[in-house]
Design a protein around this ligand. Structure first.
Ligand code: SF4
Length: 380
């Protein structure tokens, strides 16, 4: 594809138009450095126009309450069977201790997700266990925003207890969940999912659960696990599904929407061998992640304005670089991270606020603390 065609697509985007999936694929397939530089510049200009220059961050604490999981995703180094070396399941006191630590360190958000542990029940039911997870934190810290439970966890609860997705989401929302991570999306293509996560919910179910959350007033994030077996066409089809999900939420006037897009490049170092061998490398390819970040901004930015790179997957230096490829948010402090770290990521598990601020300032851009839903936090 000639540069002229790329320029025509970029001009179209700069006029405020949505680019088509076919145009998105053209951008993603560029190898010419001049064309890639033009894509980066366009993404950066759109980022500036759509959300300004300020880079945001959130002070949050991760709690991964168990790694015991009934499923066997081919990229997952986190899961264990009960009784395996390294298997863990936090008790209520440990969960409260971690939340308390988060509050003492200034967290406004607890991000809570875990493995699909069939034993996680109260009186033979799964939903009450999850409601107690919520209550354990919210009764002690009602001010904390609880960003919790992926669409896969919602389906797990509904399946085990024989409930509708809406019933599960309403119960979690009413108990105090403030928003839902848009994880477990991986790549929203069932041929890819059959290799990556054959036991997980399929594409249609992921979209249904996220849309149901929006209709019930729970905001969600959105994610994409990139850089493994998927093609540029499948990457763009994934972005197109997210864009159309967000358009539906906006056009239908749903009370909640997608708050951000987070790119999660695949880390394979400790992944199960078959996928690791097939992908053939252990750490993400930075140039691919940056180009995809830029194309995601160009493709989604009119509808999903906030874009976040993953410093856990990429390392802080590379995540900072992504801030000039269309991203406007550096994510959270996390304080503790297991899922990607157990996969062999080199980014670390915790960031001090000052470290994030210094990284942002190195670009000459202002920084600002935000809450989970992108409301600006007042200076203390
Ligand atoms: S990615 Fe999640 S669902 Fe899949 S095996 Fe790991 S913990 Fe289980």
């Amino acid at each position: 594809m000639k540069l002229k065609t790329v320029n025509a697509i970029l001009e179209h985007a700069l006029m405020g138009c949505d680019i088509s999936p076919a145009e998105g694929v053209v951008l993603l397939k560029q190898t010419d450095q001049e064309a890639i530089a033009a894509i980066r510049t366009t993404a950066d200009r759109l980022r500036n126009r759509q959300v300004g220059d300020t880079v945001t961050y959130v002070i949050n604490r991760n709690i991964n309450f168990t790694n015991i999981c009934e499923q066997h995703c081919s990229f997952c180094a986190f899961r264990r069977d009960d009784g395996d070396t390294g298997a863990y399941w936090l008790d209520w006191a440990q969960i409260l201790e971690k939340a308390t630590d988060g509050v003492q360190r200034g967290a406004t958000e607890i991000c809570m997700q875990g493995g699909l542990n069939p034993q996680a029940q109260i009186n033979g039911k799964t939903l009450p266990y999850y409601l107690k997870l919520v209550a354990t934190i919210k009764e002690e810290f009602p001010q904390l925003h609880l960003h919790a439970f992926s669409p896969q966890e919602v389906q797990f609860i509904a399946r085990i207890d024989g409930l509708e997705y809406a019933d599960v989401i309403m119960a979690l929302r009413d108990a105090g969940v403030g928003s839902m991570p848009g994880t477990a999306a991986e790549v929203l293509d069932d041929t890819v999912r059959r290799v990556l996560c054959p036991e997980k919910i399929d594409t249609a179910t992921w979209l249904e659960i996220v849309s149901t959350a929006h209709q019930l007033g729970l905001h969600t994030t959105s994610t994409m696990l990139s850089g493994h077996i998927e093609t540029p066409e499948q990457q763009i089809a994934h972005l197109e599904k997210l864009r159309s999900l967000q358009k539906t939420a906006i056009h239908q006037g749903y009370p909640a929407q997608i708050t951000e897009f987070i790119l999660l490049p695949f880390v394979g170092q400790e992944a199960p061998k078959p996928l690791r061998r097939r992908v053939g490398r252990d750490q993400p390819v930075l140039t691919d992640a940056l180009l995809l970040s830029a194309v995601a901004r160009i493709f989604l930015g009119n509808w999903i304005p906030n874009h976040q790179p993953s410093w856990v997957k990429l390392g802080l230096e590379c995540a900072t670089e992504a801030l000039v490829w269309g991203c406007n948010d550096i994510g959270g402090t996390l304080m503790e991270e297991h899922i990607t770290t157990m996969a062999g990521a080199v980014g670390g598990t915790c960031m001090e606020v000052e470290t994030l601020q210094t990284a942002i300032a190195s670009l000459g851009r202002p920084y600002q603390q935000r809450d989970t839903l992108y409301q600006v936090m007042a200076e203390k």
